[in-house]
Design a protein around this ligand. Structure first.
Ligand SMILES: CC(=O)N[C@H]1[C@@H](OP(=O)(O)OP(=O)(O)OC[C@H]2O[C@@H](n3ccc(=O)[nH]c3=O)[C@H](O)[C@@H]2O)O[C@H](CO)[C@@H](O)[C@@H]1O
Ligand SMILES: C=C(OP(=O)(O)O)C(=O)O
Length: 420
């Protein structure tokens, strides 16, 4: 059943919400568990469509997986490297982590090229370069990546672009290679530290995660363990932005404020009051905001995943704001949809030039996950009317309990079936 999100605008968000575990950690930790010979327990698991698809993928690979509340239990002892050239792997981006995990555990993998949010071409050449450096032979046969290694040996790998996915995928395979692997120009996102923490708890020896040089000493076997997933900094940032955009007062709880520093700094710069506590942040919206420049960069810079939601907030700021995405050059599919609501935004190369706009409700299409988040925030700020956000399945990839969370903050939002 296809659903749309109905969003009534014009109400400030007020109250507090608790943030769940991070999608981009969860969907790397689940395949990482396959590198162990015994059960792995993952706590603080978010209830997202990507997670549920990953559970099914692991089951296809012979794992036993169960979920109870926010805990996932994975027994990978009977896992096999079943070829998955098509099917569910196409439904999410992070299915590419099965390449590293299966290569590490079995020395072979056949995995279809990933799906996920296709806001622009997203190559995986650096993942492949890493696998080849570890001694694997990699071929693309009709859209499926075939990877085979007689023996995986540690290597020195320099990434040409700073890539979250390639850094994690190489860590996965290298943790079961013979000898030491060094990844230079590695990505530093908190999710990478989370994966390294899990692998180390499984018995791996990984040093330097969170810096640009990561050293992985390969192990011949890894064991099960229990691990709690870090909070989702992108969901947290989205709610911070939504609170500011509706001139609300919201406490965003159970987060790591350090992970939010780039967003916090930009909100303060435009005039939002942000109070940091140990495990939470309070946002106090103000009547007037200043236009600012925002550059989406790799961590610890402003996250590209928050670039689209931030666009909706910048529409509320006086003067002109310039938002440039240095990670993805054309992640701007939300802009024509925002224009339907009255947004005055021009695209110049990889920058959006954003002018103060008074939005009205409209029927809009989410074309990817964060474009969807941007449209929901825009709908919340529209002065009157009900915005209909189509493509809710994208939003469900990354925001669990969205309607419950927004409703608890006083918003009027609900899901409706799309009747063709
Ligand atoms: C599942 C997951 O964690 N997804 C996140 C991950 O995606 P993902 O890991 O796919 O993104 P990357 O960090 O790899 O991409 C960063 C940049 O490097 C380029 N690139 C990447 C790999 C490669 O082999 N070759 C190459 O050229 C990409 O096109 C992009 O321009 O990080 C992105 C950047 O923070 C986020 O938007 C995604 O939410
Ligand atoms: C782009 C995203 O996810 P994915 O890489 O899983 O498509 C995202 O989380 O914004």
């Amino acid at each position: 059943m296809q659903e749309k999100l109905m969003v009534a605008g014009g109400r400030p968000l007020e109250g507090s919400i608790r943030i769940s575990g991070a999608k981009n950690s969860a969907i790397a930790l689940i395949p990482a568990a396959m590198l162990a010979e015994s059960a792995v327990i993952l706590d603080n698991m978010p209830e997202l469509s990507d997670v549920l698809i990953y559970k099914e993928l692991l089951e296809q690979l012979g794992c036993t997986v169960s979920m109870k509340e926010d805990q996932m239990w994975i027994d990978p002892s009977q896992a096999l490297s079943v070829p998955l050239p098509n099917g569910k792997v196409k439904k999410l981006r992070a299915s590419y982590y099965l390449m590293g995990a299966l290569l590490g555990r079995f020395g072979e993998a056949i995995i279809g090229l990933p799906g996920g949010c296709n806001f622009e071409p997203r190559p995986i050449d650096q993942h492949i370069k890493g696998f080849e450096a570890l001694g694997a032979e990699v071929k693309n046969e009709q859209g499926a990546i075939h990877i085979q290694a007689k023996k995986l040996r540690g290597a020195k790998i320099y990434l040409d672009v700073v890539s979250v996915g390639a850094t994690i995928n190489i860590m996965l395979a290298a943790s079961r290679a013979e000898g030491t692997t060094t990844i230079e120009n590695a990505a530093k996102e908190p999710e990478i530290i989370d994966v390294a923490t899990l692998l180390n708890a499984m018995g791996a020896k990984i040093k330097g995660a969170g810096t640009e040089t990561i050293r992985i000493e390969g192990m011949s076997s890894l064991k099960g363990c229990r691990h709690s997933i870090i909070p989702d900094r992108i969901q947290a940032g989205t709610y911070m932005i939504a609170a500011a955009a509706t001139r609300g007062r919201v406490i965003i709880d159970q987060i790591i404020p350090k992970h939010m520093e780039a967003v916090t700094a930009k909100l303060i710069e435009m005039g939002v009051e942000v109070q940091e506590m140990e495990e939470s942040i309070r946002i106090i919206g103000k009547p007037l905001y200043q236009g600012i420049d925002v550059k989406a960069l790799v961590y610890p810079g402003f996250a590209t995943d928050l670039q689209s939601p931030m666009t909706s907030l910048l529409l509320q700021a006086e003067g002109i704001s310039v938002l440039t995405d240095h990670v993805y050059s054309s992640r701007f599919k939300h802009i024509p949809e925002l224009a339907r609501m009255g947004a005055d935004i021009k695209l110049e190369g990889r920058s959006a030039i954003i002018k103060r706009s008074y939005l009205h409700a409209a029927k809009v299409q989410a074309t990817d996950l964060r474009a969807g988040a941007a449209l929901v925030i825009a709908g919340l700020t529209a002065q009157e009317g009900i915005t209909e956000v189509f493509g809710l399945e994208y939003i469900d990839r990354g925001y669990d309990r969205l309607v419950e969370n927004l409703t608890s903050l006083g918003a009027e939002v609900w899901r409706e079936e799309v009747i063709e």
